[in-house]
Design a protein around this ligand. Sequence first.
Ligand code: UTP
Length: 290
Amino acid sequence: MDFTVKKAIFPVGGLGTRFLPATKAMPKEMLPVVDKPLIQYAVEEARAAGIEQFIFVTGRGKTAIEDHFDSSAELRSTLLARGKQDLWHSIEAIALDAGRISYTRQPEPLGLGHAVWCARSMIGDEPFAVLLADDLILGEEPCLKQMIEAYRELGGVMTAVMDVPREHVDRYGILDVGHDDGRLIDVKGLVEKPTAARAPSQIAVIGRYILHPRVFEHLDRQQRGAGGEIQVTDAIAKQIGRMPVNGYRFAGRRFDCGDKVGFLEANLAFALSRADMADDVRRVLKRFNC
Ligand code: UTP
């Protein structure tokens, strides 16, 4: 099999309950970090990694995401009439090329594994990426690009990983670690949301994956895992021993934007990384004595 990764799935079918009431009528993935919705960061990361086909798994109330990546004739004429060419060019760049974007629907949010499974007919016999928009990564080289470069040599399955405090292991899929060279980790086992006492390590899977189409053989069974949800980590765990399964410790700082404090922190970090805002934001922070 060719290890080139050309397709990416963006699961956006979740309910975003931790952000209610903000997510009552608006998708969590449209929450802005500074001035860009989370999902746009994920799409830009995939584009920068060479992805050519963008597959969204949506659900009820998610049409704002489709509109966001569509072209907008009305906005075009208004901005051009007001002489705002530069702003229009930045907006125009958001739209994905015709034929490169597809949408499918997850009828019920039965878990991430189920969302990925809903896109199975759009994948075929090739490896594909999965990006979770609420894991936002700030770094020099996009996380998925780093992973795809490493994946070219390895194939199999690869997940982005990071070290987490022991008291947080119950929020993540946790690796049972074989060889670890600091960047690449040979995965011997994978446990979804273990208790601190049962966690085999403190190395956690975060929301960037490169998956082999054989994961669908497991997902086809629709087995429920931790939290009663169909888990993608269970499908990955089933591949151990059948193909290389690697964790990739990426360079960059990850923010959990599915969590309120993580989301606030991401806003601060991204604002402070911008030349047009950093000084003003620092001034504001001083007013809070921090
Ligand atoms: P989360 O695990 O953060 O779940 O999903 P959630 O339901 O969106 O949020 P909370 O926990 O209720 O606040 C991570 C990503 O996976 C997608 C979500 O849309 C989000 O982008 N997802 C999750 C699905 O597409 N379908 C699912 O069944 C579950």
